[in-house]
Design a protein around this ligand. Structure first.
Ligand code: DGJ
Length: 699
């Protein structure tokens, strides 16, 4: 008979606890620590037998089987996906650990793994934030050998998912069609997504959500704005392994002796509250990473963006009139988009020549900027510093400054090339241009665009420069922010092509999509909110018909959809009919009264069937359990009676007052929380493409 196994001592276990989740790893001598658990919160005291003592090796196994470790590597008996692929001209192709040092610090732990044979060291830090349940993982690799080490792959994190992980939610997307939710069953065949576009991409950040049988969900996203790869593999031990990391181009990383490669961070989380709970944990983590001017987010000002109203057709007098009209309806920040700089009359030329066009602005931008600020609005300016048009003074002077591969054609997209920011003189030139604009003009906001994918991204030495380019962009943003800390920056890449927690640390708003059609926007915004909080979600009231789709929607519907993010207006406000102008004013005023509750809120999203979707923003504390509920009817009802909307986020033991605030009404109704959760809130008849906004308060 087997003897009962003694439990591991606390010295051999690492248990990290959040509010609703726990992580457990088992130390395994000199080997990498073993994954034992990532899931619902355990008791503080974790006591369990060693995996090695309880595991019976099946047939056709190594005598010393290799279980899933925090950093599994190839060639030493681990047959699952390797966290590292590295070699020295074909030698040292397998890594295994001859030492593991452990440093504990409250809710964090750091493992340093050394391999004296292959000459590498890896450090992995895991920190579980007790408030947000976010597990932040940082990994770095050092070449401790004498010769260069080629690194085709370094995972940022390898996470365990139990066999009950069943349903995968991830996103695909393209320009004008970001964050398209894909729901798939997680199968034994594995799942893999790679992005090789050089920026985050219109599918959203490298990340996903995996739901389990019990309603809980695991989520992860990579804090990185470049190429990336993630995969989920079934391993025969009866669990899945989820890897996230950078996708490295051939030859991109060769570490010299003593050199270190730091992988992008991963934000991972388990929530018993499913995908919405994962989203809320991500929101908390991103909020904690934000670097706001003055250390604190100010009320998100209403934008006027000139792009769809004016495109390249800048006329200073017309723009002054636009500013007058904008101020009159309550706009607080006027953003002058593309078209303002030297010879920029269309998208065929001028990127790189960052000084005002003297034809359009004979006295520069100062008079227009002063007009805007005199009206009490902030002045914002569009730039796209990473790009150059072949038809520009900059390119004529420095054709070698564009990323390129000798002997290959330079592939243009939107008629532009990408500058090689890894060259110090290029970054210095761009810093100088932006610095001059920020110093000469009262600019408090930059919209920082990036309108193409990276191709032929070779540097001056002829090597792949995708990763170095991302780091150089981060460094340029950091340098600009250090020089002008009061300036806010928007991350835009043809709409939502660069949305991730890496760039979020350096910017303050995302332009989520160039598609401003309110019906299309609903799923795009819902997908955005899976990863990012609402106060970063640039959402504009666009023109009707929408420029991207040709569909027409009422101003009320467009406004109700835009209201749940950081509001903006993007059409020629001068041309509004009197009635629409009054409605726009009304919606802007309403946003100003609600933004304090929409931003920094707890967000819940749902689908009531029959063409109805909803979103709630609240502050669910005992003292102030109050919510704003946005219900949208997207398509006409197919039923005789509109279904009620079940609101699972309310407290079943509480009583709530429910009032309609838009369309305005003074009547209120009272319901038990359990009723609203289980039977649902009855809705009024709603036409397709309309919205009803409620305030719900605990009474
Ligand atoms: C793409 C952006 O997404 C638009 O909002 C606009 O700024 C254009 N670029 C300008 O070229």
């Amino acid at each position: 008979m087997d003897q009962p196994q003694a439990n591991l001592t606390p010295a051999n276990l690492v248990a990290l606890h959040g509010t609703k989740s726990s992580v457990v790893l088992e130390l395994d001598g000199d080997s990498a620590p073993l994954w034992r658990y990532w899931g619902p919160r355990l008791l503080d005291e974790v006591s369990l037998p060693s995996l090695r003592s309880t595991r019976r090796e099946p047939s056709f196994s190594l005598n010393e089987d290799v279980p899933l470790a925090v950093f599994p590597t190839f060639g030493i008996g681990w047959f699952g996906p390797s966290a590292l692929l590295a070699h020295r001209c074909g030698r040292d192709f397998s890594q295994s650990w001859t030492g593991c040092a452990v440093e504990r610090d409250g809710g964090a732990v750091r493992f340093t793994l050394t391999d004296d044979v292959a000459g590498v060291a890896v450090t992995i830090s895991l920190a579980l934030d007790s408030a947000s349940d976010i597990l932040t993982i940082k990994t770095s690799l050092t070449n401790t050998g004498q010769h260069g080490l080629d690194v085709p792959h370094l995972a940022s994190a390898c996470l365990p998912l139990p066999d009950e992980a069943l349903a995968l939610e991830h996103y695909t997307g393209r320009h004008n069609h970001e964050f398209q939710l894909q729901q798939e069953a997680l199968g034994r065949g594995g799942w893999r997504r790679e992005n090789r576009r050089g920026i985050t991409g219109h599918s959203g950040p490298c990340g996903a959500v995996v739901s389990g049988k019990g309603g809980g969900a695991w989520g992860a996203q990579l804090a990185w704005s470049g190429n990336h790869v993630q995969s989920i593999d079934w391993i025969d031990d009866g669990q899945f392994v989820w890897q996230l990391g950078e996708w490295l181009a051939p030859g991109e990383i060769r570490l010299a002796a003593g050199e270190t490669l730091t992988a992008p961070e991963v934000l991972a989380t388990f929530s018993p509250e499913g995908a919405d709970g994962v989203a809320r944990n991500f929101h908390a983590a991103v909020r904690a990473r934000m670097s706001w001017p003055g250390g604190k987010m100010k009320s998100r000002p209403v934008h006027l963006n000139t792009w769809e109203g004016f495109y390249f057709d800048h006329d200073e007098d017309a723009l002054r009139e636009l500013a007058d009209a904008a101020a009159e309806v309550g706009i607080e920040r006027f953003v002058l988009d593309d078209g303002w700089f030297h010879r920029r009359d269309d998208d065929t030329r001028a990127l790189g020549d960052w000084w005002p066009d003297t034809g359009k602005y004979p006295n520069g931008l100062a008079p227009l900027a002063a007009h805007v600020t005199d009206l009490g609005m902030e002045f914002g300016l569009w730039v796209e510093p990473e790009m150059v048009n072949p038809d520009s003074d900059l390119f004529r002077a420095h054709p070698d400054w564009a990323l390129q591969i000798a002997g290959r054609p330079m592939l243009t997209a939107r008629n532009q090339l990408v500058l090689d920011l890894t060259r110090a003189e290029v970054s210095d030139y761009l810093f100088g241009c932006v610095e001059r604009l920020l110093s000469d003009l009262p600019i408090s906001y930059l919209k920082w665009d990036h309108n193409r994918d990276l191709t032929t991204a070779g540097n001056a030495l002829g090597s792949a420069a995708y990763r170095a380019q991302v780091l150089a962009v981060y460094a340029l943003l950091d340098r600009i922010r250090a020089a002008h800390p009061a300036v806010e920056i928007e991350s835009c890449a043809g709409g939502g092509g660069r949305i991730d927690p890496g760039i979020a640390m350096r910017t303050h708003r995302f332009w989520v999509s160039d598609c401003i059609d309110a019906v299309s926007r609903l799923p795009i915004q819902r997908g955005f909110l899976q990863f990012m909080p609402p106060e970063l979600m640039g959402s504009h009231i666009g023109a009707s018909p929408a420029h991207s789709t040709g569909r027409s929607q009422t101003l009320d519907f467009r406004a109700a959809v835009a209201l749940t993010g950081h509001l903006g207006v993007e059409f020629d406000v001068r041309r509004l009919a009197t009635e629409d102008r009054a409605r726009l004013k009304h919606w802007i005023a309403l946003y100003k009264t609600l933004r304090g509750q929409i931003h920094q809120s707890t967000v819940c999203r749902g689908d009531a069937g029959d063409g109805l979707v909803w979103q709630a923003h609240g502050s669910p504390s005992q003292d102030d359990d109050s919510w704003l509920l946005f219900v949208y009817r997207v398509t006409p009802t197919e039923q005789r009676h509109t279904p009620a909307v079940r609101l699972p986020f309310l407290d079943k033991g509480a009583r709530y007052q429910v009032s309609v605030i838009e369309p305005a009404s003074d009547s209120a109704q009272y319901y038990p929380g359990a009723w609203l959760r289980n039977a649902g809130l009855p809705l009024p008849p709603m036409k397709a493409e309309s919205a009803t906004i409620y305030r719900i308060r605990r009474r």
